[in-house]
Write a protein that binds this ligand. Structure first.
Ligand SMILES: Cc1ncc(COP(=O)(O)O)c(C=O)c1O
Length: 358
């Protein structure tokens, strides 16, 4: 399936992997094969194609009969389109301070979506009804942006996972205040793999209104979807997607990737594997004296604190990011193609560097 390793167009070593991001991984071979199947001939552009139609069936098999998918190019786009669909011009979105929409989307929700974010500090990336209440007030106060949506990430930006009951409590609380609930599900598959339940168990079954469903980190080349779970009160998705520059003309190639992941069990296989590699990594790291794991490892990320100098030396050998450089905090991500050998080699290198430092 892979092209020969001597191919003159190959500009990287396909055997080298790091722990920087699940976005550093390539696409899963089954996704690439599905793209080839969808190629050839002509199909109607802008989403009226056979692959997008089929994707709707697949999405309904996961999320129930009212669900509708709107494929988009990327996760930031999914979030910006989804959040616009549930806010008025005067509306605001409550989210964790650490949320991707707040820290890693270049201000797109504010600048492109025109949405005020009301952020709440959290100990582990997870919102609770009590934390939401710090910003959920003042609906009649015209001096304040009106809280209309709670956006949570599943899995969170810090690699933690909400239980279905925790999401239910947030949805009940938000709905009681007339707010909708959006889930940034760029790693929804990883959360499902951890919880070992169907996707619907912690989304529409507990009251989530709409979500951004990830494909890229799960093995797609690119592509995500806004999934509207309860169409009641959700506005003009098609129009918002177009004006937000997220409408793919050759949409069949986005849809077929999501279909390849979700129609059978590829999404779950990939997510389970990434999570297992994170568990293996965490286990290895726990045995290294002087390195502290910062949050429960519940998806495919391990956050750790280690001496800054060790982090710097290790980064010369493997790719990964400092999360908070001053504190020495790092993030190590596993992906669908991380191998046991990658993890073991990395842990051995960490041990070596810690021993040099001690
Ligand atoms: C929680 C979360 N949401 C959304 C995204 C999507 O981002 P992008 O626009 O890079 O696809 C990411 C990517 O890192 C993420 O971690």
């Amino acid at each position: 399936m892979n092209p020969p390793r001597t191919d003159a167009r190959r500009h990287h070593d396909p055997d080298v992997r790091g722990f920087a991001s699940d976005n550093y991984a390539g696409a899963h071979p089954e996704v690439l094969a599905a793209l080839a199947v969808a190629n050839g001939g002509h199909q109607v552009a802008y989403g009226e194609d056979a692959y997008t139609e089929n994707l709707q069936q697949v999405i309904r098999s996961h999320f129930g009969p009212t669900a509708e998918a709107f494929p988009v190019f990327n996760g930031t786009g999914a979030n910006v389109v989804a959040l616009q669909a549930v806010t008025d011009r005067w509306g605001a979105v409550i989210c964790a301070e650490s949320a991707h929409i707040n820290v890693d989307e270049g201000g797109a929700p504010e600048r492109v979506g025109g949405i005020k974010l009301l952020t709440v500090p959290t100990p582990d990336g997870k919102l609770t009804p009590e934390l939401i209440d710090r910003e959920a007030y003042g609906w009649d106060d015209e001096h304040r942006a009106m809280p209309q949506v709670v956006s949570l990430a599943q899995a969170t930006e810090l690699g933690t996972v909400y239980t279905p009951d925790e999401i239910r409590a947030i949805c009940e609380h938000a709905h009681a205040h007339g707010m909708k609930v959006h889930v940034d599900g760029s790693r929804l598959a990883n959360a499902a793999a951890t919880l070992n339940v169907p996707l619907r168990t912690f989304t529409n079954a507990v009251g989530v209104d709409l979500l951004s469903l990830g494909g890229t980190k799960n093995g797609a080349l690119f592509g995500e979807a806004v999934v509207v779970l309860d169409p009641d009160g959700i506005r003009r998705m098609k129009h918002l997607r177009k004006l937000s520059m997220q409408l793919a003309s050759k949409m069949r190639f986005v849809s077929v990737q999501l279909e390849a992941l979700l129609a059978r069990d590829l999404w779950l296989r990939n997510a389970r594997h990434a999570n297992e590699m994170a568990q293996r990594l965490a286990e290895g790291v726990r045995a290294v004296h002087g390195v502290e794991i910062l949050y429960p490892v519940q998806a495919n990320a391990v956050f750790a604190r280690l001496p800054h100098e060790v982090g710097e030396r290790l980064r010369k050998r493997f790719r990964f990011y400092f999360w908070d450089e001053a504190a020495g905090d790092v993030r190590w991500m596993c992906s669908f193609d991380t191998t046991e050998d990658d993890v073991d080699t990395f842990v051995a290198a960490l041990k070596e560097e810690m021993a040099r430092w001690a």
